[in-house]
Design a protein around this ligand. Structure first.
Ligand SMILES: Cc1cc2nc3c(=O)[nH]c(=O)nc-3n(C[C@H](O)[C@H](O)[C@H](O)COP(=O)(O)OP(=O)(O)OC[C@H]3O[C@@H](n4cnc5c(N)ncnc54)[C@H](O)[C@@H]3O)c2cc1C
Length: 401
């Protein structure tokens, strides 16, 4: 067992921390936060410096590395700033599904510009009546002589206002059993790529956090796209999404890890510097123990997340079956515990913690969505119970955990 990062991984982590220190300037953060603006110029710089597509093939300009390297970058970015880190990660995360299921031509067309920071990606699975339950889509996909026609509406698509392409889950076989007959298809934003119809995009306002990323409704009106836009096997759409979520939920966990790590560091500094009753508040046991507990919790989340990433990248064949279990563990446990850590950070800050400028309250609001998107905490717990019910007695003694 070796817990150390490789030299390359340490260099990536250090470079990500330096990039965040240099580019995530306080005035830029405040401007993007208050104007609900995606920092596209920082995304472009990220691409130029090679932080996007670390897990993509070299043929499209990627790093040919893995989930672990992405996790290190996301952790550092979200440690530096929750809003900025999440918005930047969410701009490239959706394209992972193309990395997994795309043809070489789709890799070149979509991943190539994304790696350079020129294109932003989005996934559109959720519909008004289908959130946790994706076993049926109302958005339909119909094959015609020269293309595929989409009709229907999606909600909560992150990056809707500025994404250059969308990965859409649609129902192709209307008579299929639940979970079957769905297909994933690529839709470009550029109307020049359409063969007919239209795409309406409406921004959903008034979110609790995640202010630097847009959240939109997408409405497809007989939108016709070319046949080569089909992503992966037809009829296997939901399975494509579930395979994507196995990896992506680990990276989403890294958002929460970085956010609470940053909140812990801020709280530690404040607890040492802030004096009341002529003593640093860390010397009051009520505060000191809180800080100590936050430290222990951050450490446990870090190693759980790293283990999940390692499993995705190196898990031997016989451990592949453990990935959904670990992925759901990361996806529910990290943001839930991060919420408690950030809440304690607010307590350490006293009244100052309630204001935006200390940005611990913003970390709380931003972290809250991590419990929901890409499958809620309850859905992750359902997954874990489903697997636990099937485990043979004595499974804890095996290599799996
Ligand atoms: C800011 C934001 C960004 C998002 N980005 C995207 C995106 O880019 N693309 C995309 O496709 N979607 C996106 N989503 C949608 C997100 O994934 C869904 O909101 C989420 O999966 C939950 O679906 P729902 O909101 O319809 O809640 P529901 O499914 O209605 O659930 C409501 C409550 O019931 C619980 N529940 C439901 N079923 C069960 C069950 N079987 N057992 C126990 N509890 C259950 C849920 O856990 C939840 O607490 C985003 C959402 C938000 C808010």
């Amino acid at each position: 067992m070796d817990f150390s990062l490789s030299k390359e991984q340490k260099d990536i982590k250090k470079a990500a921390a330096e990039f965040a220190r240099g580019e995530f300037q306080a005035d830029l953060i405040l401007e993007c936060e208050t104007n609900h603006r995606f920092p596209r110029e920082v995304f472009k710089q990220m691409g130029e410096l090679g932080f996007i597509g670390l897990d993509y093939p070299e043929a499209v300009g990627g790093g040919d590395l893995g989930v672990m390297e992405n996790v290190l970058v996301i952790e550092e970015f979200c440690k530096a700033d929750s809003g900025m880190g999440m918005a930047l990660h969410l701009a490239f995360l959706p394209a992972k599904i193309i990395k997994i299921f795309g043809t070489p031509a789709q890799h070149q067309k979509f991943l190539g510009p994304l790696v350079k920071g020129d294109w932003v990606s989005a996934v559109s699975f959720t519909e008004a009546d289908h959130g946790s339950d994706l076993t049926r889509m109302e958005t339909t996909l119909r094959e015609v002589a020269d293309g595929f026609v989409l009709n229907g509406a999606k909600v909560f698509t992150t990056n809707g206002l500025y994404a250059d392409f969308f990965i859409v889950l649609a129902q192709e076989d209307l008579d299929a059993r639940p979970g079957k007959g769905m297909t994933t298809i690529l839709v470009e934003r550029d109307p020049g790529s359409w063969l007919g119809g239209s795409l309406e995009i409406n921004e959903l306002t008034g979110k609790m956090g995640l202010h630097m990323a847009s959240s939109s409704e997408l409405v497809f009106h007989d939108l016709k796209v070319p046949k080569e836009n089909i992503l992966g096997e037809r009829g296997r759409g939901l399975l494509n999404v579930l395979d994507f979520l196995d990896e992506s939920r680990i990276e989403i966990g890294a958002q929460a890890l970085g956010i609470c790590e940053g909140a812990f560091l801020k709280a530690l500094r404040h607890a040492r510097d802030r004096k009341q009753f002529n003593r640093s508040i860390i010397d009051f046991q009520g505060i000191g123990h809180k800080v100590a507990r936050m430290w222990s919790q951050v450490q446990s989340l870090k190693w759980l997340t790293y283990y999940g990433a390692w499993l995705c990248d190196h898990g031997p064949e016989k451990l592949a079956g453990a990935i959904p279990m670990v992925t759901s563990t990361v996806k529910h446990h990290v943001p839930e515990t991060a919420k408690a850590i950030i809440d304690n950070a607010i307590t350490v800050f006293g009244g100052y913690g309630y204001f935006l400028d200390q940005e611990v309250e913003r970390r709380y609001r931003d972290n809250r969505i991590i419990e929901m998107y890409e499958g809620t905490v309850e859905i992750q717990l359902n997954n874990i119970v489903r697997i636990l019910k099937k485990m043979a007695p004595g499974f804890m003694e095996t290599e799996i955990l």
